[in-house]
Design a protein around this ligand. Structure first.
Ligand code: ADP
Ligand code: MG
Length: 174
């Protein structure tokens, strides 16, 4: 079955942005990232883009990291992390999506998103709700929620949806 089991959910608190960065650093050590879809949920300002930026940096993406707010997708390339092994000489492909402004389903085919999701690589997706029924089931759903008492604290819920997502969850909480 696909019903979530207790093992499929991890809840934690990111007390400030250094905790968010530390989570990104830990996740970046997992070779599972070579081919997963990670959905990021949470209101505007929750910290989705911030987590993605830290993850991209941790993976060795250099230069300015643009937000895909207006472009829907920003592609990135990182050198294959040495610690991951299985090095073929190919770089790691990463796509950062933000579907907030995605309104026309016809755009899905026209923009080549179907082909893109079929490529091996890391897909990080903000506002996946807006691409429901089009994008594949994510391996993991991460939700960020601000905490009432602290401006810089976020509650994180990490839900694994697939065995690969479960591997990533276990790496993330280690
Ligand atoms: P979203 O993409 O969810 O709309 P952003 O990442 O663009 O949100 O903005 C989050 C803001 O919150 C940034 O200014 C970031 O510096 C700030 N922030 C404060 N604390 C945290 C934290 N613990 N984790 C992530 N971002 C944080
Ligand atoms: Mg964002």
């Amino acid at each position: 079955g696909s019903a979530p089991t207790p093992d499929s959910v991890w809840r934690t608190q990111l007390l400030d942005e250094t905790h968010t960065q530390a989570l990104a650093d830990t996740m970046a050590r997992s070779p599972v990232l070579a081919n997963v879809v990670i959905a990021l949920h949470g209101d505007l300002g929750a910290g989705k883009t911030t987590l993605v930026r830290h993850l991209l940096r941790a993976l060795g993406v250099a230069g300015r990291i643009k937000s895909p707010t207006y472009t829907v997708v920003e592609p990135h390339e990182a050198p294959w992390p040495a610690a991951w092994g299985a090095h073929t000489g190919a770089p790691l492909n990463i796509w950062h999506f933000d579907f907030y402004r995605f309104t026309d389903p016809r755009e899905w085919e026209d923009a080549g998103f179907r082909e893109l999701f079929a490529q091996p690589g890391l897909k990080l997706v903000e506002w996946p709700e807006k691409a429901q029924g089009m994008m594949p089931t994510p391996d993991a759903d991460l939700s960020l929620h601000p905490m009432d008492d602290h401006e810089h604290s976020r509650r994180l819920t990490f839900m694994a949806r697939t065995p690969r997502g479960q591997q990533l969850l276990e790496a993330a909480r280690s």
